[in-house]
Design a protein. Structure first.
Length: 304
């Protein structure tokens, strides 16, 4: 069995790179709002960022708690519950994180005077709840990726866009919806690739993730198709001028990272030790693609 140092276990349990899923939707949404209005509310941005980080902390901690309950994490050394040795303590920390995160999101929504944003954020958090929490646990039915796409893409990204406006009447444009689609796709790819090294454990407890149903070889093909679809959609959105040309140019620069994700998964999908890193390659794609998308939106406003 692979020997893992305590420092490595703590690093894996903290999942710090995964918190890009809080940063990217907010930053892309803020850039889309800036393109539309020319406004940027720095204090609100950082309140939303801190609140989003707290909500993601709830997702991570509660996921470990409920996977501990079902036995899915019995051999998962980097599980927070296994590291701290307390299911109750981890659950309490998760609940505190959720309450604090929700409070920040609600305060920002009230300050912006935008009811639509509250409804969208509530929908995003609901997706997170039914993804992993009893009695739903839809991730055990292989529905995690669609929920992840909706939560971080159309729901969260559009909500953050509305919250970076001075008026509740800011229109929801094709540009922000298109950007949210791309954010949702890259976020879902992280979740999909996180299943590769957990197939045996998931199968043992009846957790039918996409990789349990399809196998890792087919899963590697899906990763390849997903990355190709991501860039195909990007270019279509550019040709139809739904996204600014600057977004297409800057996001196209990230294609080598997309190719790296494809080649790594194809080469290592059967290696349980190496494939663990696949999700972090996807995080890299998610973060850099998101940064390029946001930069393109800002550049389009400055060049207009």
């Amino acid at each position: 069995m692979e020997e893992i140092s305590t420092v490595t276990l703590i690093w894996r349990a903290a999942k710090l790179p995964i918190y890009s899923v809080a940063l990217v939707p907010l930053t892309v949404a803020t850039a889309a709002a800036y393109l539309q209005t020319g406004l940027f509310f720095a204090r609100r941005y950082f309140v939303l960022l801190a609140s989003s980080v707290l909500v993601i902390t709830w997702l991570n901690l509660s996921n470990d708690v409920y996977d501990f309950d079902t036995g899915a994490d019995i051999n998962k050394k980097e599980s927070v519950v296994n590291i701290v040795g307390s299911r109750t303590g981890t659950f309490i920390a998760a609940c505190i994180s959720l309450v604090l995160g929700l409070s920040g999101l609600i305060l920002a929504s009230v300050e912006a005077g935008n009811l639509r944003s509250i409804l969208l954020l509530a929908s995003a958090i609901t997706c997170g709840y039914i993804y992993q929490c009893p009695p739903f646990r839809l991730s055990y039915q292989g529905l995690g990726e669609p929920l992840c796409f909706a939560a971080f893409g159309p729901f969260a990204t559009t909500a953050f866009y509305l919250l970076q406006s001075k008026t509740s009447e800011v229109p929801i444009t094709g540009t922000v919806l298109s950007a949210s689609l791309l954010v949702g796709l890259t976020t879902s790819l992280i979740l999909f690739c996180s299943h590769f090294h957990q197939v045996d454990g998931d199968q043992a407890v009846g957790k039918f993730s996409p990789l349990v149903r399809l196998g890792t070889r087919t899963g590697s093909e899906i990763v390849k198709i997903s990355v190709m679809v991501l860039y195909s959609i990007l270019f279509v959105l550019g040709l139809t001028r739904t996204l600014p040309f600057a977004c297409i140019i800057l996001c196209a620069i990230t294609i080598p990272i997309g190719r790296l994700v494809i080649s790594y998964v194809e080469a290592n999908h059967q290696d349980k030790t190496k494939i663990f890193m696949a999700k972090y390659y996807c995080v890299r794609l998610h973060a850099i693609f998101g940064a390029a998308l946001a930069a393109g939106l800002v550049a389009a406003r400055m060049l207009a």
